[in-house]
Design a protein around this ligand. Structure first.
Ligand SMILES: Cc1cc2nc3c(=O)[nH]c(=O)nc-3n(C[C@H](O)[C@H](O)[C@H](O)COP(=O)(O)OP(=O)(O)OC[C@H]3O[C@@H](n4cnc5c(N)ncnc54)[C@H](O)[C@@H]3O)c2cc1C
Length: 319
């Protein structure tokens, strides 16, 4: 395998930042368009956390996230994509020349004609007082994505942590699966009387006391609530703390991220700038593997066609 240092300076067509489902799909498509494509990632794909996903079409028995990433990496490299672990600190248009220059954490630089940003988001995590956080995620007692795995918790005792509108919406969503859903405030209930009434009417129990302790075992989560003598036991707990988009690189190129740091939805189809596309969770919208894959296929194809256009390889009427 070529090392990143050895390949530094060699001309590439497209640099992809991110080796999650979005970046790896874009790499596969571009490699199959016979583009010289390089993927850089800092090892933090959220897909690596997925204990077993059961909503990816074609995997009815589910697939472990790390296995999916390994398969997708093999698939892209088989067609010629190069994948390296490296952290990208900055990206800027090249001065007086076409394309972009990426600055890596180790001081190296990489130039490319086009860019795909597939940098994802960071999940805002719950802090446990005892028990191992990552083991709790693997065991399915601590969950972060009701859309992904609510189905697996039908008829169980479910808690949602965080009584703001986001938490309330997650709790209501989970009522589709279980009649035993409790919304617990992290600090205090931040809901109007009307919102609380709606939750009550849909059968969600809203607690008043804030959380004092969170403890995970292999089988359950225990939540100690202010004013209660015994911790409550739940089969699974969903912290509803949202996520933080990794939009810094996009923001360096264009002032286009929204106040939350998300890239606009059109970035996978229309691009952010000429020669720059984005795909996956970093884009505002539904954070799902299938969505990331679809957006990346579109971004890769649009970028490939844009390069063909730059090189005069499309018919004038096609433009
Ligand atoms: C616990 C959990 C369970 C989930 N279960 C499911 C499920 O069952 N089904 C489903 O569809 N979705 C699930 N998801 C969501 C799914 O993981 C994401 O939607 C998916 O990973 C998004 O892919 P992505 O490529 O956009 O981002 P990611 O997979 O997060 O990849 C982002 C990539 O960008 C890289 N990166 C970012 N910034 C830099 C930088 N500056 N330099 C270098 N590299 C950088 C990271 O290293 C990483 O490789 C789950 C998420 C979690 C947390």
């Amino acid at each position: 395998m070529t090392s990143l240092a050895a390949s530094e300076g060699s001309a590439i067509d497209i640099l992809i930042v991110g080796a999650g489902p979005a970046g790896l799909t874009a790499a596969l498509y571009l490699a199959r368009y016979r583009r010289k494509v390089r993927v850089l990632h800092d090892g933090r794909s959220r897909a690596l956390w997925v204990p077993r996903s059961r909503n990816i079409p074609g995997f009815p028995d589910g697939i472990v996230g790390a296995d999916l990433i390994a398969r997708m990496s093999d698939h892209a490299t088989r067609y010629g994509a190069e994948i390296f672990e490296a952290s990208v600190n900055a990206i800027a248009p090249r001065q007086n020349e076409e394309g972009f220059r990426a600055h890596l954490a180790d001081g190296a630089t990489i130039d490319a004609r086009g860019l795909i940003l597939a940098t994802g988001v960071d999940t805002n995590l719950a802090r446990l007082d005892s028990g191992d956080h990552d083991a709790a995620v693997r065991n399915g007692v601590l969950r972060y994505c009701p859309i992904c795995d609510g189905f697996e918790h039908g008829h169980e005792r479910i808690a949602v942590l965080g009584s703001d509108l986001h938490g309330a919406a997650e709790a209501m969503f989970l009522r589709q699966y279980s009649s035993d859903v409790t919304l617990i405030p992290k600090w205090q209930v931040a809901l109007t009387d009307r919102q609380r009434g709606e939750l009550e009417a849909s059968g969600v129990d809203v607690l008043e006391g804030r959380v004092l302790r969170l403890d995970a075992t292999d089988e359950a989560m225990f939540v100690a609530v202010e004013g209660e003598a015994q911790p409550r036991r739940f089969d699974t707990l969903y912290p509803a703390f949202g996520s933080t988009p990794r939009g810094e690189l996009a923001a360096m190129l264009a002032p286009l991220t929204d106040p939350n740091g998300c890239i606009p939805f059109s970035a996978f189809s229309d691009g952010l700038l000429p020669g720059v596309y984005a795909a996956g969770d970093v884009i505002e919208g539904l954070d799902q593997i299938s969505v990331a894959i679809g957006q990346a296929a579109m971004a890769a194809t649009r970028l490939h066609n844009w390069l063909r256009e730059q090189d005069g390889h499309v018919m004038a009427d096609q433009k």
